[in-house]
Write a protein that binds this ligand. Structure first.
Ligand code: DGL
Length: 264
């Protein structure tokens, strides 16, 4: 029960989920892997994303995690089922949580899903949303420029607002009251996305709902951490550690994080 929770993503996006877990469960330890060397996953084939996701899951299995959160929608869409079948601990994705957050909020049942090309092509959000609300009208939009912007670390300033506005142009003629950030990188651009869609639209991520799922699973399994010592989180990146560190420290508002290089 004092083992860490594993959290994986193609890069820094999963930090948005890790942060929500840290806020809801401050006593839990997180071991994070960001596959920054091979990010973005969005344009990659299903097979590639599945292989990379399995490599991260296996690395965390060796580190003795008690559960795994696939904090990446693209990876959830292609690898959740197989990992749930074969890993010796609970494995959670982020797509059902994102769909649930949207269904709770939408009044008009008009929901935009912003995500990577891989997630949009998989149809996983449509499936999750329609299983919760058969009346939902879903407007999917892939935003391939957003992840490289976030991973560059240069996601503040006017340029980022312009880039997001351009990416969201196809929504101009659409009617909707809710936007799901169906890629875990996108909450880092929440301000820019809110500015582009205007004030009457709810912009939601899956992070908080996922953290609630983590709590429920650990509670149910009697696996919440009981150790009173402060948790020591460990972050791994397969690419450049300095850029990863700067984004991690800014986003989590913490300094001197334990960040290590990982190779696959
Ligand atoms: N953050 C990931 C997601 O939620 C993947 C982004 C990418 O690597 O393209 O889909």
């Amino acid at each position: 029960m004092n083992a860490p929770i594993g959290v994986i993503d193609s890069g820094v996006g999963g930090l948005t989920v890790a942060k929500a877990i840290m806020e809801l469960l401050p006593n839990e330890t997180i071991y994070y892997i960001g596959d920054t060397a091979r990010c973005p996953y969005g344009p990659r084939s299903k097979q590639e994303v599945r292989t990379y996701t399995w490599q991260m899951a296996k690395a965390l299995e060796k580190m003795n995690v008690k559960m795994l959160v696939i904090a990446c929608n693209t990876a959830t869409a292609v690898a959740l089922e197989s990992l749930q079948k074969h890993m010796p601990f609970p494995v959670l994705g982020v797509i059902n949580a994102g769909a649930r957050a949207a269904v709770k909020k939408t009044k008009r049942n008009e929901v935009v899903v912003l995500a990577t090309e891989g997630t949009i092509k998989s149809g996983a959000y449509e499936q999750a949303l329609l299983s919760l609300n058969t009346k939902a009208k879903i407007i999917p939009l892939a935003c391939p420029t957003f992840v490289p912007l976030v991973e560059s670390g240069e996601y503040e300033g006017k340029f980022s607002y312009d880039l997001v506005e351009t990416g969201l142009m196809p929504l101009q003629e659409e009617r909707f009251d809710t936007v799901i950030l169906g890629c875990t990188h996108y909450p880092i651009l929440q301000k820019q996305i809110e500015a582009a869609v205007g004030p009457n639209v709810h912009v939601l991520s899956s992070a908080e709902e996922t953290a609630k799922d983590v709590e429920a699973i650990l509670q149910y399994n009697g696996q919440l951490r009981t150790d009173e010592e402060k948790p020591k989180h460990v972050f791994h990146a397969s690419g450049s550690v300095p850029i990863f560190r700067s984004i991690c420290e800014r986003w989590l508002n913490q300094e001197e994080l334990d960040i290590r290089r990982i190779t696959f």
